[in-house]
Design a protein around this ligand. Structure first.
Ligand SMILES: NC(=O)c1ccc[n+]([C@@H]2O[C@H](COP(=O)([O-])OP(=O)(O)OC[C@H]3O[C@@H](n4cnc5c(N)ncnc54)[C@H](O)[C@@H]3O)[C@@H](O)[C@H]2O)c1
Length: 249
């Protein structure tokens, strides 16, 4: 049961790539603090499990199956959120694909384009669809998920690093465009986090860089995102926070 104080701060937040991993942890964290959610993923089956689990626990969660790099799908999903909840207070652009571990000379143009489309262009499309609603509301919070790879570079990830570095530049410029309207735009750039994505790549290839005596858990990222979406972060915009266990200082 939420206290009256919690109710006052209840936000409508759209999280992309929310079926599993970091996005799922963000959804659970926000739901636990009383926010109402719209959860996107391209994987309908796993998304429905996550949405079902949240609803079973008494939370409000609208499932949105769709590809975040598809303009029409993005516009339809945002329209559904506004139809259901009447507004959008927060947007977390988390959906993404990982690097395939190929060097520059091994990468095809198709792989490069796909990476840029899903890990960078999708944030542009989502922001373009959501920001008009936030401008009307005179308030909004956007968190875009980048990666420590954008800051440090990782061999075999030129396309991933380029997309995730693009997210940082995109977010800083957008932050300046919309600050006047009290819309915060920040970036979270996680280090190595234990998810399906990092397991696919091989969890060990970066773990030796971490100073803290463990690798990251999705909840380590979720708590940073929850902070940036909260009123406590009102004066923070255009920043990059990197939960990475000291892998990069
Ligand atoms: N795991 C890590 O170590 C790590 C580190 C730094 C940054 N990140 C970033 O964090 C975010 C989440 O990563 P994760 O580790 O939880 O990955 P994950 O693969 O476990 O989950 C990503 C989710 O995004 C969804 N998705 C992929 N493409 C999509 C699309 N086009 N439209 C809608 N949904 C789509 C997938 O179906 C999946 O459910 C990604 O942006 C990733 O690049 C992860």
């Amino acid at each position: 049961m939420n206290s009256p104080e919690d109710q006052k701060h209840r936000q409508i937040v759209l999280v992309t790539g929310a079926a599993r991993g970091i996005g799922r942890a963000i959804a659970i964290r926000l739901a636990e603090q009383g926010d109402d959610l719209a959860l996107n993923d391209i994987d309908a089956e796993i998304l429905s499990q996550t949405v079902h689990q949240l609803k079973e626990s008494g939370h409000h969660a609208l499932g949105l199956v769709g590809d975040v790099s598809d303009l029409k799908a993005v516009q339809d999903m945002v329209a559904k959120v506004v139809e259901q909840y009447g507004r959008i207070d927060g947007l977390v652009n988390n959906a993404g694909i990982g690097g395939v571990g190929k060097t520059l000379l091994e990468l095809s143009l198709e792989e490069w384009d796909e990476m840029l489309r899903i890990d960078l262009t999708a944030s542009f499309l989502m922001c373009q669809a959501v920001v008009p609603h936030m401008l009307t509301q005179g308030r909004g919070r956007i968190v875009n998920i980048s990666s420590i790879t954008a800051i440090m570079g990782v061999a075999g990830s030129t396309h991933y690093a380029a997309a995730k570095a693009g997210v940082i530049g995109f977010s800083k410029s957008l932050a300046r465009e919309v600050a006047e309207s009290r819309i915060n735009v920040n970036v979270v750039a996680p280090g190595l986090i234990d998810t399906d994505m990092s397991r696919k790549r091989g969890i060990d290839h970066q773990s030796h860089l971490i100073a803290w005596p463990r690798i990251g858990e999705p909840e380590d990222v979720a708590s940073v995102v929850a902070f940036l979406l909260s009123d406590k972060a009102e004066f923070i915009t255009g920043q990059v926070l990197s939960p990475n266990g000291g892998a990069c200082m």
